[in-house]
Design a protein around this ligand. Structure first.
Ligand SMILES: Nc1nc2c(ncn2[C@@H]2O[C@H](COP(=O)(O)OP(=O)(O)OP(=O)(O)O)[C@@H](O)[C@H]2O)c(=O)[nH]1
Ligand SMILES: [Zn+2]
Length: 365
């Protein structure tokens, strides 16, 4: 593999910039205006809502705000829902909003209104910003006073964002980075893709691209990868992958910005707090409003394609990763288990992945 750095310039369209700015606003705790035709909504994230911000919203809302929640969260609140919905908020009371959005024992019997495309867009914006899927919505008539101060983003641009990010995915830099146990290693950094940061392809040794290449898609896990947390198997899997690739003719490890199965670090740590109270890894995510797994691996397949890989031997226990690579047109020649230590702290996590998400594990738990 040569020292080629892609010069393919994909100009960032204005729409992409608009959405990137909206993501930054939401993460900073400021509302944004979401536009669709002549409709406008002011959207605020519950996750980043401060008391002062809530008071400002309350002044503008005049009693007609609503709280958009995802279908898993509404089910958790005791409602029989297969779609997200909107709970009326006669008052924007931070404690009540937080209670409804992520407390484990919260229940409601209030009516839940169906959603317009703008409500759905609000949840998509929360997902892109990697904050909890809960948003306060004000219609523009109520929020007239706020509008001039806020950033606007169109629903059309929001919905096109993911496709644009995928089209813009490109290599921006690459260099040798010798690793312990794998001195012949190159880091190739891609801009674009999923999450809020750059993605990395770690090329170990000199894999022969004319043959099936050993590959691992590894979602970022700060606690496990960097600190050796005993709550999951990520750190071991990462290091075993590097060791195994170095010992067996090389391979490519994609390190993807999908902390907490794509839910973000703050949500993962909230989920850990729920797990300490007895909920398993998937129940905890559901309490916080997330579906079972919101990661997409199509970007990862694009990274491989840009590196010239067509045929792979995947190191994973996760059937969705295998299916995603096949769907993206890669030839998946084989798959191969990659396991970590079993500890008293991770045994439930691994068992839940096996029992609830169909991950392959050879041992019994
Ligand atoms: N939401 C949530 N994410 C977690 C939890 N524990 C670990 N994670 C995240 O789960 C992801 C694990 O990713 P991967 O190592 O790619 O693993 P996987 O989907 O189990 O698949 P394979 O390891 O390939 O079998 C990382 O993003 C972790 O941060 C948890 O309890 N809740
Ligand atoms: Zn982990």
């Amino acid at each position: 593999m040569g020292a080629f750095v892609s010069n393919r310039r994909v100009p960032t369209p204005v729409g992409q910039i608009e959405v990137e700015r909206a993501i930054a606003e939401i993460r900073a705790g400021r509302p944004v205006v979401l536009l669709h035709g002549s409709e406008r909504f002011v959207v605020s994230a519950v996750d980043t809502l401060e008391r002062a911000g809530a008071e400002e919203l309350e002044l503008a809302a005049k009693g007609s705000a609503c709280l958009v929640l995802s279908a898993p969260r509404l089910r958790r609140l005791g409602l029989d829902r297969s779609e997200s919905g909107c709970v009326a908020l006669p008052r924007i009371d931070v404690d009540r909003v937080q209670h409804l959005s992520y407390e484990a024992d919260a229940r409601i019997d209030a009516p839940v209104a169906g959603l317009t495309p703008l409500h759905v867009g609000a949840l998509e914006l929360m997902r892109l910003a990697m904050v909890l899927p809960a948003a306060i919505i004000l219609t523009s008539a109520e929020a007239e006073a706020l509008l001039p101060h806020l950033l606007s983003v169109s629903l059309m641009n929001l919905n096109a964002y993911r496709v644009g990010r995928r089209a813009a995915l490109r290599i921006v830099s690459r260099a040798q980075v010798p690793l312990e146990g794998a001195t012949n290693t190159e880091f190739v950094v891609f801009r674009g893709g999923e999450g809020l940061r750059d993605q990395v392809a770690v090329i170990i040794g000199r894999p022969d691209l004319s043959q099936p290449v050993r590959v691992r898609l590894h979602s970022a896990c700060l606690t496990g990868d960097l600190f050796g947390s005993l709550k999951c198997d990520c750190g071991d899997q990462l290091r075993h992958t590097v060791g195994e690739m170095a010992a067996t003719g090389g391979g490519i490890l994609l390190y993807i910005d999908q902390e907490g199965r794509g839910n973000g670090l703050s949500t993962k740590i909230r989920a850990y707090e729920l797990q300490a109270r007895g909920y398993d890894t998937f129940e905890a995510d559901e309490i916080l409003g997330h579906g079972q797994d919101q990661r997409g691996f199509d970007f990862a397949a694009d990274m491989l394609a840009q590196l010239g890989v067509r045929s792979v031997r995947v190191m994973t226990n996760n059937p969705s990763k295998i299916a995603a690579l096949k769907d993206a047109g890669l030839d998946v020649v084989s798959d191969h288990r990659i396991v970590g230590r079993r500890t008293d702290h991770n045994v439930r996590y691994i068992a839940a992945k096996r029992d609830r998400a169909g991950h392959y594990f050879e041992h019994d738990f």
